[in-house]
Design a protein around this ligand. Structure first.
Ligand SMILES: Cc1cc2nc3c(=O)[nH]c(=O)nc-3n(C[C@H](O)[C@H](O)[C@H](O)COP(=O)(O)OP(=O)(O)OC[C@H]3O[C@@H](n4cnc5c(N)ncnc54)[C@H](O)[C@@H]3O)c2cc1C
Length: 383
């Protein structure tokens, strides 16, 4: 994030647009900056997460400046796409598609500001990072190279080399055939509308582009809808009634294994496939999307309750995934553990009616041994 911000500061400098980096409590530091600089109008980016909404409300309560919210997190703004909690992709999809066309426009190039008294601001990212109190338990990773330029380079490479077989290979963790753009999207270093426009421009519409745009637009925007309209997006109260009931009915089912948070975190379960997925996340900062489902569902199977499973999965996801602390993460975890955006399946122990996954299913999809060997013997991901 910090190196990406440095990139933004440099680009704004060329356009004579001031860049200011504030440190400290977001509400306090921002409110005092607004007062000091006599700011009349504030434009903030939309974010459905509770903590961001709290920050924004805190600033609004303490200032008389005009407030405008821009949804740069979605192509069809979340508040525009729907005014209620959607049941699943099938209910949101038609609403998005009806409005999408009007929002998929090229972004205008920024023009330099006409000003004579511009004072540039920059910072040294290494120094800033050195001066911060950071959780060093999650170490640095070899990729991704930060900033919009790198995101766009990765996007071009994805369209040219991976898009032609996205549909067939996206669920194979050995193929590395997804875009790997989620960390850039999470930190706002590329806009999903930019990705969608480039894909539409450079790849003829087929099952691959449809599958990809379905994830990038419908699934991603469904996550924002979930977090915007469901304040319990991060706990079991956010599940549907059928899922709460099924979890209650199976709360006392005997679990074959129960692991502590520490055992999960250190990847020392009995299951080499789960351990490999956890190791992939810790060492590269990004677990493959297919493995995330297996990973979260096994946490449900090996903890005492759905509540514990939610806490464990969110803690690990948000601590180690580069794209963590994101609406997609809360929706993905709630899907895996609480059947959110899914339907009831055949009842079975521990899971109840929540969709089940096992390693046999994974073996049918991809070479599980090759995945385990690769992850356990390498910690590098190439850009
Ligand atoms: C348990 C669990 C936890 C997850 N945690 C996160 C998380 O913390 N942050 C995060 O961004 N995603 C999360 N996801 C969703 C998904 O796995 C990732 O977005 C995807 O793996 C990112 O890789 P990519 O950019 O190469 O994906 P691609 O296949 O290239 O997809 C492109 C973009 O589409 C969006 N997308 C793809 N799949 C999904 C999905 N299932 N739901 C919503 N949006 C999607 C993402 O923005 C992604 O970057 C989670 C899913 C599950 C099941």
């Amino acid at each position: 994030m910090i190196r990406g911000l440095y990139d933004v500061a440099k680009r704004l400098e060329k356009l004579k647009i001031p860049f200011v980096l504030l440190r400290g409590d977001p509400v306090e530091s921002f409110t005092s900056y607004i007062k000091q600089s006599n700011t009349g109008e504030i434009i903030v980016d939309f974010d459905p997460l509770k903590i961001k909404q709290q920050w924004i409300s805190g600033v609004i309560a303490n200032t008389v400046a005009k407030f405008i919210e821009v949804d740069g997190h979605n192509i069809v703004p979340a508040r525009q796409a729907s005014d209620k909690l959607e049941y699943g992709a099938y209910t949101l999809r038609p609403k998005i598609h009806r409005q999408l066309h009007g929002y998929l426009e090229d972004l205008p190039e920024l023009k330099p500001m006409a000003t004579n008294n511009f004072r540039g601001f920059s910072f040294e990212p290494g120094q800033l990072i050195g001066s911060m109190k950071l959780d060093k338990g999650a170490g640095p990773v070899q990729w991704p190279l930060p900033g919009e330029e790198h995101a766009r380079k990765l996007l071009r490479k994805f369209i040219a080399e991976k898009m032609p077989a996205y549909s067939e290979k996206r669920n194979d963790p050995n193929a590395d055939h997804t875009s790997n753009l989620s960390p850039y999207l999470h930190f706002g270093q590329i806009f999903s509308g930019r990705i969608a426009s480039e894909v539409i421009r450079n790849h003829a519409s087929d099952e691959n582009s449809e599958a990809f745009l379905g994830e990038l637009i419908v699934r991603k925007e469904l996550s924002d809808n979930f977090c915007l309209f469901n304040p319990d997006y991060d706990n079991v109260n956010g599940f549907h009634e059928w899922a709460k009931k099924t979890h209650m009915e199976h709360e006392r089912d005997e679990r074959e294994f129960i692991y502590s948070l520490e055992q999960f975190e250190r990847a020392i379960t009995h299951d080499p496939l789960w351990n490999a997925a956890q190791t992939e996340m810790v060492s590269t900062g990004k677990m493959h999307g297919y493995m995330r489902m297996y990973w979260a569902k096994k946490i449900l199977e090996w903890t005492a309750s759905a509540e514990d499973a939610m806490k464990t999965a969110i803690y690990l996801n948000d601590r180690y995934e580069l794209d963590g602390r994101d609406p997609n993460g809360y929706a993905g975890i709630a899907w895996s553990i609480g059947g959110v955006h899914d339907r009831a399946w055949t009842e079975r122990p521990v899971f109840g009616k929540i969709r089940y996954m096992n390693d046999k299913g994974c073996r049918r999809k991809f070479d599980v041994n090759a995945y385990i060997n690769r992850i356990m013997h390498s910690d590098k991901r190439e850009q």
